[in-house]
Design a protein around this ligand. Structure first.
Ligand code: ZN
Length: 238
């Protein structure tokens, strides 16, 4: 049963569409009638268009792309788009034989310095054991003037970010709270949540990776952008 409907224009498929939801939790359920995208994907894409209108000509890497929405559009339209997934049993930099994806670990990227204009992640940075290392690695592989554009649920909002799970040097996982998992396109078990981020993530990235970070909060129902936790972050490398 549809609980909400609104006609508008989708920033991803660029068509006049109906945004409709069968559940009031819009974050996962306010779908574009044409491309099936959800609000955080449309918010991310609006930020890409607004900040980098020439995105089609840029060198873009996406870590852990999804099979719809922004990932599909970037893949289809950008001249120089590449993507990777993380597989624990594949050497970073090598290709996974079944999926064809290159394996990359955000904490230890195999790309040379200054490789990309844009680095995209969607709901990935809440699953990283060493986020400081990952943000530094992403900054390293960005070209000067480039940006990491990403979504991550900032569920702690104005409260301090909290570590939810960590890993010892021996690789053992420590659960600081009840374990939480999100859907993972490459692992049926799901992805373990390691961080409950708040708005202090912007300062954390600016300090640790030296890439000044802005949080962009959009509410624009005519573009289907309305839901909890759809902030888009832009970290720029100077
Ligand atoms: Zn659409």
């Amino acid at each position: 049963m549809t609980v909400f409907q609104h006609n508008g224009r989708c920033p991803i498929c660029e068509k006049e569409v109906t945004f409709s939801a069968e559940y009031i939790w819009f974050r996962d359920h306010l779908l574009c009638s044409n491309c099936g995208s959800i609000p955080r994907e449309r918010a991310l894409f609006k930020v890409i268009i607004d900040y980098f209108p020439n995105y089609r000509d840029l060198c873009i890497h996406e870590s852990s792309p999804g099979g719809r929405g922004a990932s599909v559009k970037l893949h289809k339209e950008c001249r120089d788009y590449s993507a990777s997934q993380y597989y624990p049993n594949v050497a970073p930099g090598k290709t996974h034989p079944q999926s064809g994806f290159r394996c990359e670990d955000l904490e230890n990227l195999t790309f040379p310095d200054n490789s990309f204009d844009l680095f995209i992640t969607q709901d990935v940075m809440e699953h990283i054991f060493d986020p400081e290392k990952a943000f530094k690695e992403i900054a390293r592989v960005l070209k000067p003037g480039g940006a990491h554009i990403f979504t991550a649920p900032l569920i702690n909002k104005g409260n301090k970010s909290e570590r939810w799970a960590s890993r010892t040097e021996e690789g053992e996982i420590i659960y600081h709270h009840e374990p939480e998992y999100h859907g993972n396109p490459v692992d049926a078990k799901g992805a373990l949540v390691t961080m409950h981020w708040g708005y202090d993530i912007a300062g954390y990235i600016s300090d640790s990776a030296k890439t000044p970070t802005t949080i962009i909060m959009i509410d624009d129902i005519d573009q289907g952008i309305r839901a909890e936790y759809i902030d888009v972050l832009v970290s720029r490398k100077h």
